[in-house]
Ligand binder design. Sequence first.
Ligand SMILES: CC(C)(COP(=O)(O)OP(=O)(O)OC[C@H]1O[C@@H](n2cnc3c(N)ncnc32)[C@H](O)[C@@H]1OP(=O)(O)O)[C@@H](O)C(=O)NCCC(=O)NCCS
Length: 405
Amino acid sequence: MTTAAEKAPAVSKEQADAIFSRGLEGIIAGETAVCSIEQGGLWYRGYEIHDLAKHATFEEVAHVLLVGHKPSASELAAFKAELIAERPLPGVVTAFIESMGGFLASGRAVPMDILRSCVSMLGHMDPDSQSVEKDANLRKAKRLLAKIPTMIGHMQNVIDGKAIIERERGGDPTLGHAANLLYLMTGSKPAKEYAHVVDVSLILYAEHDFNASTFTSRVIAGTLSDMHGAICGGIAALKGPLHGGANEMAMEMLKEIMKDVGEKAIGTKAVDDWMQKAFDTKRKLMGFGHRVYKNGDHRAPILHKLGRDVAQSDTKNPGGHAAVKWFELGEQVQKIMLEKKNIHPNVDFPCGMTYFTMGIPVPQYTPIFVASRVSGWAAHIIEQHANNRIIRPLSRYIGEAPRKW
Ligand SMILES: CC(C)(COP(=O)(O)OP(=O)(O)OC[C@H]1O[C@@H](n2cnc3c(N)ncnc32)[C@H](O)[C@@H]1OP(=O)(O)O)[C@@H](O)C(=O)NCCC(=O)NCCS
């Protein structure tokens, strides 16, 4: 027989009340060996982000996250071959994307939602769909990692009113993950420097410990639900403008400032005035601030420099302005935010300017984030399933006192 003492919860109501934190700020909600983030740095399984951005490729980083170690040359070759083989989409998924053309054109459907539905559909067809075993999870993760760029590419072809590019192969087997993504979207092989910049952006976006979308995926996995469901949850969480959706919103904000003040006003007080109005109306400026990093996001300067270098070497851009103007405007906005609010840009701010400079359509910025972060989500889902305890916090009740019906 259990005694009253044995039945008491591990954490008393008083203890729980004392550690309450709105938005779980500052709360350690689990353990992970995938990633660590601190004010002073960001590490994927012990590898520091600058080191990875400089020396690794996205496929190597995905291997580190999913399999758990830096691949040998033969492991990397095998991993890449598996990804290439898994690129094509089942016909019904491509047909679904094609059927959504009208909704995408009207704006009722957005690429992030179509992507979420495609991942869900893939779950119905995956040979390992219901298993939460480690090997099955790894196979599913690789399939999703390989297929998400194909979804993005096919979706963009439909939006552009073009025939689907590489329907049978899901790309060009001679191209790496980032280059193939750009190729599938446009039909042309990207310049080496564009492919490199996108590759680095994928590395920077791959993983970020218990951020909102990863936490969502872990909560879903924590009920022993399946990987595709947990990834769908991750995509839904990432879409929001306070999370991954900020890369699209950051660029939209810069376009709005450019439209309001005019290109000639960059560097002048007109931009300060625009910002002051935003502060006065308590507007959230997208691509700024972070729950954890209060002294700056380590990823932002890496991508800013790469994006600016591309912009500087490019005299024309799709917006009709010299590409570097967007960085000049962005830098002025950053300076004002820092001086007036002491708030730093996060990685989504340079991402917006960088992808825009390369002519990537804005509604695909967050889907490209998914093409990368799926590696981090899957690593966390595998970790959660391998050592599971259901994630079930408490709430602080602020409603009516008990009363009679
Ligand atoms: C990321 C974010 C959600 C973090 O939220 P948080 O940890 O709850 O931060 P807080 O809202 O507590 O911010 C603290 C203060 O800074 C302000 N602040 C934070 N980010 C801001 C932003 N982007 N623009 C304007 N003010 C901002 C808040 O209004 C708050 O001010 P207050 O104390 O006067 O109310 C938030 O910074 C934000 O909304 N940023 C814009 C969206 C974005 O870029 N998201 C991508 C994150 S990687």
